[in-house]
Ligand binder design. Structure first.
Ligand SMILES: [Zn+2]
Ligand SMILES: [Zn+2]
Length: 285
């Protein structure tokens, strides 16, 4: 497919509202790819839109939240282009056993009237447990990948404001443990991974992946209008296996769509082409 460098964003300023250090994760990669200038703002408390620790429950979908952040960032900076990032955590969508993280990065260009979304998802480092003893504290810390991943700790049955977030070394952890225990008669505490971006390298890797997905879509220009956001909309699977002729999970055709002008193109994979038997569920189960 024709994907060439879009110079449209060369030298343009892009608003990015975030409070948890995400600007450091995305700045170099984004600026190198698009030639734009990231304008970071933290002039709005994004925790008002929802927190992972449920002090503030997010209203609406992940996409609603990321759109709200992008809009506020653009309004605060007065820029027509804005970007925002939002993560969600839960069980994996396949079996429901693995803790899972979905990340979205949204790009809004008011001049062109387009929105482009970058996605990534994968296993998360997001453990949570009730503990009572220092021994339990220690084994949790090991399982939770501490201290590369920071922790949060609070007395059970108390809200998150009564606890401590962003715990990053052992002495701080032990101190937080004793302080929290002194405030609860039962001695029961809740400990968990801090899911904010700066505190969780597993999440950071997924945010970078979502950014790469976004950049990939932004540098894909439409053959009709040359604007960014020419993306794969739909794949029809079933390319026949070269050996047995049965349909495989490889695409027969793809539909590409321009987010700017709505141009659509169907690309057929050549009739003569067939799938390698290594991709066939029958020949290579
Ligand atoms: Zn086959
Ligand atoms: Zn177009």
């Amino acid at each position: 497919m024709a994907s060439y460098e879009v110079t449209l964003y060369q030298g343009r300023e892009v608003a990015f509202l975030t409070q948890h250090g995400k600007q450091h994760l995305v700045r170099d990669r984004l600026q190198d790819a698009l030639g734009c200038q990231l304008v970071h703002t933290d002039a709005y408390d994004t925790d008002k839109l929802g927190t992972f620790t449920n002090e503030v429950v997010r209203v609406g979908s992940q996409l609603d939240a990321v759109r709200a952040k992008a809009t506020i960032g653009m309004d605060l900076t007065g820029l027509p282009i804005g970007m925002a990032s939002e993560g969600a955590f839960g069980p994996d969508p396949f079996v429901g056993f693995t803790p899972w993280n979905s990340e979205v990065i949204l790009w809004v260009d008011r001049d062109l009237g387009i929105e482009v979304q970058g996605f990534a998802h994968g296993p998360s480092q997001s453990l949570q447990r009730a503990i009572k003893t220092l021994e339990e504290l220690n084994s949790f810390a090991t399982e939770a990948n501490f201290p590369s991943h920071y922790l949060s700790l609070r007395p059970e049955q108390m809200d998150y404001s009564a606890g401590q977030k962003g715990i990053r070394d052992m002495s701080q952890l032990v101190e937080a443990f004793h302080s929290a225990q002194s405030r609860t008669a039962s001695g029961c505490l809740v400990i968990e991974n801090d899911l904010r971006a700066f505190a969780n390298p597993t999440r950071q890797a997924l945010i970078r992946q979502a950014l790469d997905n976004l950049i990939h879509k932004l540098v894909s220009a439409c053959p009709q209008c040359a604007k960014p956001g020419y993306i794969l909309k739909k794949k029809t699977l079933g390319l026949p296996c070269r050996l047995c002729g049965r349909p495989t999970q490889l695409a027969i055709s793809e539909i590409w769509e321009c987010l700017s002008c709505g141009f659509e193109d169907q690309k057929l994979i050549k009739q003569s082409k067939s799938a390698d038997p290594s991709r066939c569920n029958y020949c290579n189960p």
